[in-house]
Design a protein around this ligand. Structure first.
Ligand code: 15L
Length: 266
């Protein structure tokens, strides 16, 4: 793989990935709607609004593999989610296909399946249970990826990312933490593994309290190095600072589930 594109490069995960992928691929083009504040003089940056197909075509031209982090990364009003994550995601896959891109790694999210209860361990073949409009948009992106893989032969990997950070930030994150270096492993499998057509992986490290069976990623050689348990004391101290939220605590998606929730008693 000679030339890759990272969308959403100005965000937190984008910034981490840019740093960790430096030197791994000969050419890395980065894109976002705004210029990253820490843009290096050796980095190729092209600004693009994902909702504008013409702009998306420009950033995918001459590219072999895409890491698609772009879009709105939390819950938001429908207009915002629709523009960034529905129209934007469609434009990305369509432009990738028309530009002859071979691989797309799509940053999906745990929120595509956030309404599974915490006591249930799930694999990648469960029905989606989104916990927000944002989660619905991630399920849409996964479905779109499957369409372009099955119909047009694009190699697509969807990573249902838990939470990327230096360490797990609370009790929920002990189950879903993803060490940045482990994300790099998953991304590289998606871009490089010869047998990828359409796959879903969980973006989680080697977490003892995991809610997800990540056997599919392991089948492709994923060997996570991060262990959330090493940070349990820190995470529980942070947890103690949060106010009680019984709905959030019942489901895997946490506060994305309790936000706007009014189903009880109906
Ligand atoms: C996500 O999908 C978000 O992008 C991120 O900001 C976190 O909220 C994360 O999920 C999480 O569930 O912790």
């Amino acid at each position: 793989m000679q030339a890759i594109l990272i969308t959403g490069a100005a965000g937190d995960v984008g910034a981490r990935l840019r740093r960790l992928l430096r030197g791994v691929y000969p050419r890395i083009r980065i894109s976002d709607i705004r210029k990253p504040s820490d843009l290096g003089s050796d980095e190729e940056f092209i600004a693009a609004d994902l909702a504008d197909y013409g702009q998306v075509e420009k950033i995918t031209s001459g590219i072999e593999g895409i890491v698609h982090l772009g879009g709105f990364s939390v819950e938001g009003p429908w207009e915002t989610i629709h523009r960034s994550n529905i129209v934007g995601c469609y434009n990305l896959f369509e432009a990738a296909y028309r530009s002859g891109v071979k691989r797309v790694v799509f940053a999906s999210s745990n929120h595509a399946v956030g309404f599974y209860p915490r006591e249930r361990k799930i694999g990648v073949d469960v029905t989606v249970r989104p916990d927000s409009r944002y989660g619905v948009s991630k399920a849409f992106g996964e479905a779109l990826g499957a369409l372009y893989a099955d119909k047009h032969g694009l190699g697509v990997t969807c990573i249902r990312i838990g939470n990327v950070n230096d360490k797990p930030l609370d009790k929920r994150r002990l189950s879903i933490w993803l060490k940045p270096e482990d994300l790099v492993q998953l991304v590289r499998i998606g871009l490089e593994h010869p047998d990828i057509r359409f796959e879903i992986f969980y973006g989680a490290s080697d977490n003892k309290a995991a809610w997800w069976d990540n056997g599919n990623a392991e089948r492709f050689g994923y060997r996570p190095q991060g262990r959330a348990e090493d940070f349990r004391a820190f995470a529980m101290t942070e947890q103690a600072k949060l106010s009680a939220d019984p709905i959030a605590e019942r489901y895997q998606g946490g506060p994305f589930c309790s936000d706007e929730y009014d189903a009880d008693g109906k």
